[in-house]
Design a protein around this ligand. Structure first.
Ligand SMILES: *[C@@H]1O[C@H](CO)[C@@H](O)[C@H](O)[C@H]1NC(C)=O
Length: 369
């Protein structure tokens, strides 16, 4: 009697294919995080955005008044050149408005240039500027404002952080600016005045599709949830501060990543950011001065290594910068557990089939004897 299972044995070929594809899967998972080195002399990019429709990154220049696209393979193209802006002004945060096919960019004049904090909007099809909106100070005392990062909602409204005065501007799709959120919470915690980044308050900002913003603060290491209708702010309760937090981005699964010059935090929340947890941290190379984080295709997380600190000193030359993928070790481990389960199942299947074959051959031998 032949056992019924042996009447349909998996072919040797399909078993080998199964094992091979498993090995392939392990290899792709174990491959090093993606590193994009690109050449653009003295660019010193601070901001990083990803354009999902064009499938490339965008970076802005520290002094050249240019914005460049960078492909997965590190090919750099000049996207926007705006010589009508004052000489040597800096492009900081960038955000892609996919609905209107626009790029929104924070424009900032650093010391010793005459004061200018503005938001520029460019048409990504024609590459022409749509507006340049100077951003008002709150008390008109003439102090330098710092327009640092920008996020955009689905109506084309831009939200720009002011790192000097700790408030958020709103610029609507027509380019009209207002002071949008100036909560006392933004200045509720003391700042260490001796720290090198004590001057830098509200910084990275991201828009969450449920109608609020998440904003991080460099000098106080806090995160805030800001209502995108009325600007009301709440502190996001976290088990730890995020010191020197600079950029923030949101993955499509709702997880949030925050970058500082030496770390990337991975955060989750169960209650739409009333409170959150840090589920992983990855060390970054402070010597290359990461400043921004963006989420690209397949929810991959990338930081820009723009050496902005060096560029600000003004007396150095640098040709090459990089955009580096950063992974959560813990997430990768969870994925590899599944791979080992798959390998185990594959092997068990193979052994069982061998066992059945041996029995079959044994039975046949008995018959022929
Ligand atoms: C812009 O930077 C260049 C090079 O550092 C300098 O020579 C020039 O004077 C600067 N222009 C202004 C307006 O500050």
């Amino acid at each position: 009697m032949m056992p019924s299972i042996a009447s349909k044995p998996p072919s040797f070929v399909s078993t080998v294919l199964l094992i091979l594809s498993t090995i392939l899967l392990i290899q792709t998972q174990a491959a090093k995080p993606h590193l994009i080195n690109f050449r653009s002399p003295n660019l010193y990019p601070e901001g990083l955005a990803y354009d999902p429709s064009a499938q490339h990154f965008m970076v802005g220049a520290l002094r050249h008044r240019t914005i460049h696209s960078v492909s997965d393979a590190g090919v750099v193209d000049l996207l926007i050149s705006d010589p009508t802006l004052p000489e040597n002004v800096t492009f900081l945060g960038l955000a892609v408005d996919s609905v209107n096919n626009r790029l929104l960019v924070a424009v900032q004049a650093m010391e010793p240039l005459p004061h200018l904090s503005a938001l520029a909007a460019y048409d990504l099809r024609t590459r022409q500027r749509i507006f340049l909106t100077p951003l008002p100070s709150a008390d008109g005392d003439g102090a330098r404002q710092v327009s640092n990062d920008v996020a955009v909602d689905f109506k084309g409204n831009a939200y720009v952080t002011n790192s000097a005065a700790n408030f958020i501007w709103k610029v609507n799709a027509q380019g009209e600016a207002s002071i949008f959120s100036k909560s006392p919470l933004f200045t509720a915690y003391p700042v260490d005045r001796d720290s090198s980044h004590s001057f830098c308050g509200l910084n990275g900002v991201a828009y969450v599709s449920k109608g609020y913003l998440l904003v991080v603060q460099t000098n106080r290491g806090k995160m805030f949830k800001v209502d995108a209708e009325d600007g009301a702010a709440r502190e996001v309760l976290l088990p730890e501060d995020l010191p020197l937090a600079d950029g923030i981005a949101i993955r499509s699964d709702g997880d949030v990543v925050v970058v500082s010059m030496n770390k990337l935090w991975f955060l989750k929340s169960q209650d739409s950011w009333g409170e959150g947890v840090v589920y992983d941290k990855t060390e970054l190379d402070a010597a290359r001065f990461p400043t921004s984080v963006a989420v690209a295709a397949e929810d991959r997380v990338y930081v820009i290594y723009g050496h902005v600190d060096e560029g600000m000193m003004g007396n150095s030359e640098r040709e090459t910068f990089s955009i580096a993928e950063v992974r959560s070790e813990k997430e990768s481990k969870e994925e590899s557990v599944w791979i080992f389960v798959l390998i185990g199942l594959g092997l068990a299947y193979f052994m069982f089939w061998r066992f059945q074959m041996r029995q079959l051959v044994g039975n046949m031998n008995k018959k022929t004897n």
